[in-house]
Design a protein around this ligand. Structure first.
Ligand code: FES
Length: 120
């Protein structure tokens, strides 16, 4: 059923201003606290940004195992590594609301494609 009170978007237009993906089902991020990060991000983004501006989804493995929990934000294509629950408020307030990525949490020193840390 379509909500007749909302405008219809152009074909192909994304229905959200930003889309956040938290790696939740890969082999490593879930053991690093990704579930708690996802829950906190979803709650705070919904309270702060509303349901239209930001959507927070669980993702499968993002191919960066061992650097997580991994979080990525589109359309900016900004990737965060090692995100903890304590970091969520800063990402929501500074990036999702303010549009400024959180520099200290950016995924660094990686290559295009998968960057999986080999188990020693
Ligand atoms: S388990 Fe999260 S990137 Fe692979």
């Amino acid at each position: 059923m379509t909500d007749q009170t909302k405008p219809v978007l152009a074909p192909g237009a994304g229905p959200f201003e930003r889309h956040v993906f938290v790696c939740m089902s890969g082999g490593v991020c879930p053991s690093q606290g990704a579930e708690q990060v996802h829950a906190a991000m979803k709650d705070l983004a919904k309270q702060t940004c509303g349901p239209v501006a930001v959507r927070v989804n669980k993702s499968g493995c993002l191919g960066q195992c061992g650097h997580g929990p991994m979080v990525c934000v589109y359309p900016e294509n900004v990737w965060y590594a090692g995100v903890k629950v304590e970091d969520v408020a800063e990402i929501v307030e500074r990036h999702l609301v303010g549009g400024e990525p959180v520099e200290r949490l950016l995924f660094r020193d990686h290559h295009a494609g998968p960057n999986v840390v080999k188990k020693g």
